[in-house]
Design a protein around this ligand. Structure first.
Ligand SMILES: [Fe+2]
Length: 330
C-alpha cells in the first residue's frame, strides 16, 4: 500500500465495510490507518466476501471516499444487490454486530471535519468502546437484542454517540468533557426500546395517548435492563434523562434544564440532530441545513440553545459550503 502525499481529511466521507457489495466499485477508496490516509481500492476493484472479512479482522471497519464521489457512491448503494455481510442478517454474531455499530460510529464522524489530533482521539475512543462492549457480554447481548428488535434504534444510537462526542469536542476543545460517558451512554441510551412494541417504534402516523405512554417508558425500561451492570452515574443519567427538556416538559421526571448535567444535554441535542438527518421508513432524510433550520426555529425550548454553536462549529458549515476545491488525494 502506498502512502498518500497530501490528504485533506475534511473532504472525505465513509462507507462501512458491511455496505460494500461483492461486486465492482469504480471510485477511489482509502483507508484511515491512524495519522495517515492511504489509497486502497483505486479505480475499478472487484470485491469478495473474503477480502471484506480480512479488512474487518484487521480492525478496518470503514473505507473513505472523496466528497465529490458522493453521488456515484449513493448510486452504487442503490443499484447493487444486497449482500451476506450487509445489511446484517438476523442471528448475526454479537462481535460482528458490535463491530458494525462501531463502524457506524466511525462513519458518522466523517460527516464532520476533525483535526488529525481529534481524529486520532476519536479512533482510539472507538477502539476502546469496541473492546469494552466485547468484554461485557451482558451489554453485547442487550445490543444484539436491540438490533433484532429494531435495527434503526441500534444504528441511530451509534450515530448519536458520534455527534455527542463531536459536540463535546467542539464545545470544549482543550478539555472535551467526558467523552467515554457520552459514547457509552449514547450507545446504550435507547436499549429500553427492546421492551417497546416494535410496531410503535416504526409507526409513521400519530400515536394514541396509550401508545405514547408505552414509548415514554423506554428510559425506565433501559434502567431496568441495565440494573445489574456497573455503569458510572453519568452514563446512567444520560440513559435515564435523554428525553427531559430544557423547559421541564420532558420525561420521565419533567426535570428542567438547570437540573440536567451537560452530558445529558449534549446527548439530547445529538439525538435530535441524528434523528432529523437520518432517513426512516416513513421519513426521507433532511439535509443538514434543513435539520439546523428546524432546530433553530422550533426546538430550542426543548434543547440547550448554547449547544447549537458547538454543533455549527463541529459541522464547519462555512468551510463545507465555501470550499469547492477537489481534494488533494494522490
Ligand atoms: Fe430515547
Amino acid at each position: 500500500m502506498k502512502k498518500s502525499r497530501v490528504v485533506d481529511r475534511t473532504r472525505l466521507q465513509a462507507l462501512k465495510i458491511s455496505e460494500i457489495r461483492s461486486s465492482t466499485t469504480e471510485f477511489n477508496l482509502y483507508l484511515d490507518v491512524g495519522s495517515d490516509i492511504i489509497p486502497y481500492a483505486q479505480g475499478i476493484h472487484q470485491w469478495s466476501v473474503a477480502e471484506k472479512r480480512q479488512l474487518l479482522k484487521q480492525g478496518q471497519f470503514i473505507l473513505l471516499y472523496a466528497r465529490e464521489d458522493a453521488e456515484r457512491v449513493s448510486q452504487y448503494l442503490e443499484t447493487s444487490p444486497a449482500e451476506p455481510l450487509g445489511p446484517l442478517q438476523p442471528n448475526t454474531p454479537v462481535e460482528l454486530l458490535i463491530s458494525d455499530g462501531i463502524a457506524e460510529f466511525l462513519k458518522t464522524r466523517y460527516t464532520y471535519p476533525l483535526s488529525v489530533k481529534q481524529a486520532l482521539s476519536f479512533k482510539s475512543l472507538a477502539a476502546a468502546l469496541q473492546e469494552y462492549l466485547e468484554r461485557h457480554p451482558e451489554l453485547g447481548i442487550l445490543l444484539w437484542r436491540l438490533h433484532e428488535h429494531d435495527a434503526y434504534t441500534y444504528y441511530h444510537s451509534a450515530r448519536v454517540a458520534a455527534y455527542a462526542v463531536g459536540i463535546s469536542a467542539a464545545l470544549q476543545p482543550d478539555e472535551p468533557g467526558k467523552l467515554w460517558d457520552l459514547a457509552l451512554g449514547s450507545f446504550l441510551h435507547d436499549v429500553g426500546n427492546i421492551n417497546v412494541d416494535a410496531k410503535l417504534l416504526q409507526r409513521a402516523g400519530p400515536l394514541q395517548p396509550k401508545e405514547w405512554d408505552q414509548i415514554r417508558k423506554h428510559p425506565d425500561e433501559s434502567m431496568q435492563l441495565l440494573s445489574g451492570v456497573a455503569l458510572n452515574p453519568f452514563v446512567k443519567e444520560i440513559i435515564l434523562h435523554h428525553h427531559e427538556r430544557m423547559d421541564g416538559g420532558g420525561y420521565p421526571h419533567r426535570l428542567p434544564g438547570g437540573e440536567l448535567p451537560l452530558e445529558v444535554r449534549i446527548v439530547s441535542f445529538a439525538e435530535v440532530f441524528a434523528a432529523l438527518t437520518q432517513p426512516r421508513q416513513y421519513q426521507t432524510r433532511r439535509t443538514i441545513e434543513a435539520a439546523l433550520h428546524l432546530i433553530e426555529s422550533s426546538l430550542l425550548n426543548f434543547l440547550d440553545p448554547h449547544l447549537l454553536d458547538s454543533l455549527l462549529t463541529l459541522l464547519d458549515q462555512n468551510q463545507v459550503k465555501e470550499d469547492k476545491t477537489p481534494p488533494s488525494l494522490s
